[in-house]
Design a protein around this ligand. Sequence first.
Ligand SMILES: Nc1ncnc2c1ncn2[C@@H]1O[C@H](COP(=O)(O)OP(=O)(O)OP(=O)(O)O)[C@@H](O)[C@H]1O
Ligand SMILES: [Mg+2]
Length: 411
Amino acid sequence: MKDDFVTALDLGTNKTCVLLGRKGEKNKCEIIGVGCVPISGLKKGVVIDLKKTITAIGTVVEQAEKPRNLIAHSLFANIGGSHIKGANCQGVVEISNKNQEILKEDIKNSIRVARASGVSADRGIITTIPQEYIVDAEKEIKEPEGMVGQKLETKVFLVSGKKNPIQNVETCIGDAGFGLEDIYSGALASSEAVLTQAEKEIGVFFLDIGAGTTDIIIYCNGMVKEINVLPVGGDHITNDLAIGLRAPISESERLKKDYGCCLESLITDHKLEIPIRDSMGRSSKTGLTSLAEIIEPRMEEIFLLTKRTLDRSGCSSVIGAGVVITGGTSLLKGIEELGEKIFKMPVRIGKPRNVIGFEKNIYNPIFSTAVGLLQYGLKRREETEHVPRFSQNNPLVRFYKKARRTFNDFF
Ligand SMILES: Nc1ncnc2c1ncn2[C@@H]1O[C@H](COP(=O)(O)OP(=O)(O)OP(=O)(O)O)[C@@H](O)[C@H]1O
Ligand SMILES: [Mg+2]
């Protein structure tokens, strides 16, 4: 069953989040439902607890459906984790028809050849991005259909992941009673929601720093050059605070969000006394400098790890737009200043663009992946070739849910 809106599911390490949306005015994405819970069955971006993930998916979809009494049957979902990798591949085909005119079928075949050469048997391709076509010796062709030639070469960027984590996401969605329209890289989704075309053209180093992972994408000349996911994120900062202050995780998380700063030199109030409760339940006090002394080295380490990907890519000299950071950890005070110190480039915080409805809540780096997935879903739906990965296997599950909800509302 096809819904007349798109449902995007962001499975994060820190939260499970769903957005319902449709195409709004000026081609913007109109959000018509939001569900988010600070619960997840994931660690470092991969599912480790199926039951918890299934329950969280059911809860957030119901939250998002309820205000407008909608019923979602199938989802677009993200995949993350450090098993996600990108690779440049190419496929070559001979043009066999007698006019030697390149047809749609030849382009598809060359992409098929490139995909076949791209990944090992234990990995699945998540996304294929055609980058450039070469007809005979003519390079940098964007649209070869209708051109004449003997040989078509297609360069593609393949994003792939290990089959087991992908399978686990599929299982959770199926067992929660939904169909799966498509799985898309969370990193790509997030970058597409946040970056402008101009930034992609002049070169940008994009980071989505979440709770358990940091997604890295490098764009140059409007194309993806590199994608990498590191198993580090805001949870590491919280854990460091918990150890350094001997405080519970929940208390450390609160201190990080309310008082944390990742650049000690920005602190002006050296006298502020912040009450904390340690893991034995005893009250004590800390200061802004003490927190920053713990946070700064960890945030610096995360940045330096991402910088290795940039240095290895050979693209450092063509990053004209600088660094764009999104994800929940981009809300950490001082992150732009620390980033500029380390990367020696301008840094900006990226928030989802081109969305309407629920705007105030959604205009937040935490929702970048979900908004990007929604935009991806709206685009995919328009393609005639779009075939869902699997349909809802038991539509009655959702029917009963709706009936139960109506019944509850009535009484
Ligand atoms: N105001 C804030 N200051 C500092 N950190 C914050 C703030 N708000 C949220 N965070 C941190 O952001 C992280 C959550 O971000 P996000 O929701 O993007 O992660 P996620 O998508 O669940 O995880 P991942 O993408 O790594 O799987 C947590 O570590 C949280 O502590
Ligand atoms: Mg995330």
